[in-house]
Design a protein around this ligand. Sequence first.
Ligand code: PLP
Length: 393
Amino acid sequence: MVNQNMLKLGTNRSCIRELFEYGLRQAAIVGKENVFDYSIGNPSIPAPPEVNESFVDIIRNTDSLAVHGYTPAPGMPAARDAVAAELTERFGLPIRGANIFFTCGAAPALIAVMRALNLGESEFIAIAPFFPEYRPFAESNGAKLVVVPADVPNFQINWTALEASINARTQAVIVNSPNNPSGVIYTRETLERLAALLKRKGEELGHPIFIIADEPYRELVYDGEEAPFIPTIYPNTIVCYSYSKSLSLPGERIGYICVPDCVDDSATVFAAIAGGARASGHVCAPALQQRVVARCAASRPNIRAYDENRAVLYEALTSYGYDCVKPNGAFYMFIKAPGGDAQAFSEKAKEKNLLIVPGGDFGVPEYFRICTCVSPEMIQRSLPVFKALLEEA
Ligand code: PLP
């Protein structure tokens, strides 16, 4: 016998990965140039040169035993200090190395934080559209994921629904801005209103309600927009950051949790997160990657290619008649399915080798997601297919 929940998680494939793998098989049959794969969020720009150079230089010039050895569980002091200094300088909130816990990316960071905050059947609130993995992260740990319906079509926050979903069991609201899948950035005004609501509710309930800020897309912002650093607006914020998208290193598994001093009882929260990580098998984040971050904490990606793809796709698809909020962050677009059934629309698109992700798992079944981290050539080849699909709908 095996655990039935784990069996379900291991066998019910994510629809994104199914589509991605279908695309690979289909490319072998009809030719790569005839498959338009918008399914998976794998960065399409290379890591900044200084990042790759740091990998090589560290391997060449650092003692091999040191490079590959275990580091302390929260990370190497030099790497923690470099991240803290960069955050402090950038956002004006004092962050110390001791506030930083390195993880293997944002996914294990979220799990460690949810473990640390789960008092047994605690509730974590996700605001649709949301990253589908939040559900197994919460539920595998005995907590509950409560979904607040989307604020369509702007994808900010449905305030009535959010307030109604908060109760004595609520431990945190997960905020993912810039957002996967909508590409929307929560405005400062939205975040201030959220902060006021959570403060009031926390006082009424007699315990703090945390924000878990899930921030893999922090650096991917366009049009001079601002993605506010949430701890400066709401002190009880725990940040889960990842270099997967910001430095195009998704396979290298590196990110961190930041528990600023302004979090209530921050040392206890930090220690519980260390426990949550330990209980998930965390030993330390990859040592080589920590060393690279220590050198490149201030490196930024050149996001021009994403920006250009975003402009071309938004312009073309809206001119055909598709309905979509203009994304100002991340590398996704969330588009209303003609007819309102994104599952059916995605099936039709698949027949034409156009791979788009229906929004059901993101909590918005009338919308579909496309990734804009793709090649400009593929975009050009795919536009007539988008147009034809709309005409046939
Ligand atoms: N959170 C969101 C919103 C994501 O889109 C992703 C990855 O796509 C993750 C978390 C997990 O990122 P990581 O690769 O750092 O584990």
